[in-house]
Ligand binder design. Sequence first.
Ligand SMILES: Nc1ncnc2c1ncn2[C@@H]1O[C@H](COP(=O)(O)OP(=O)(O)OP(=O)(O)O)[C@@H](O)[C@H]1O
Ligand SMILES: [Mg+2]
Length: 261
Amino acid sequence: MRIIVTGKGGTGKTTLAASLGFQLSDLGYRVTLLDADSYPNLAQSLGLPREVSEKLVPLTRNDELIRERTGAAPGDGWGLFFSLTPKVDDLVEKLGVKVNENMQLVVVGGIEEPKEGCMCPAIALAKVFLRHVLLTQRDIVIVDSEAGLEAFGRGLAEYFDTGICVAEPTIKSLDACRKIFSMSEELDVKENILVVNKVKEYSPVEKLLGRVFADIPPFFVAHYDPLVERNEESGLGVENIRNSAFWRDVESISKYLIRGR
Ligand SMILES: Nc1ncnc2c1ncn2[C@@H]1O[C@H](COP(=O)(O)OP(=O)(O)OP(=O)(O)O)[C@@H](O)[C@H]1O
Ligand SMILES: [Mg+2]
């Protein structure tokens, strides 16, 4: 199963991706988490020790590796030729960090192309790598991405079975998910789920959904839980919030994702 977690900034994508990762790996699934954020911080949410997380160089910033694999590196200038079919089949092994017996993390970094639309060697390598992982990893792949699905584009987005969009209970945040869902459908992502996170009061949520969506998508609600925030402030991983209301809400999502498996 291939899952991509998207949504507006600060809605809880990383917290959700990490929590799903733990819950699904606890159930015995092999989980590969890919951090495709330009400011990657999934490692912290997974509670990896600082010595480990600080040393993780995102694939898209690993100039030496980019040069080795594509023949070009950031800053090499315009108009150069580089390989669009770089070798990537050893990179999970090389870059992956073990989180627990069943779960590993690979920090990819942002994959949004600059406005000029150049296909930079770093992004080309990241996309070939992502495709490889989506095609080959066993069980479950979860991608945490600030970028919309259009950044993945054709030839990559359609490998996702499930798009999870995380929104706060506001019109703006939900509207971002509405746009992401329509792009996601266009790009043939099989299923879209909405997670309304940080909910303090349930009753306004349905009304808000009705205002934003002509057809309300399948959705889950996750409570606002001060434990989550405090835990983050203390720099701890989500494993420490196993007793929170948020964790229980995420359990319903985990259960839904593995239904029929
Ligand atoms: N259900 C919740 N209750 C309370 N706080 C939450 C909840 N979910 C997430 N948060 C807090 O919201 C903040 C943002 O969460 P997170 O980093 O997961 O969001 P994000 O969407 O990944 O952000 P970014 O766009 O910066 O990557 C964090 O401080 C996190 O602890
Ligand atoms: Mg994040």
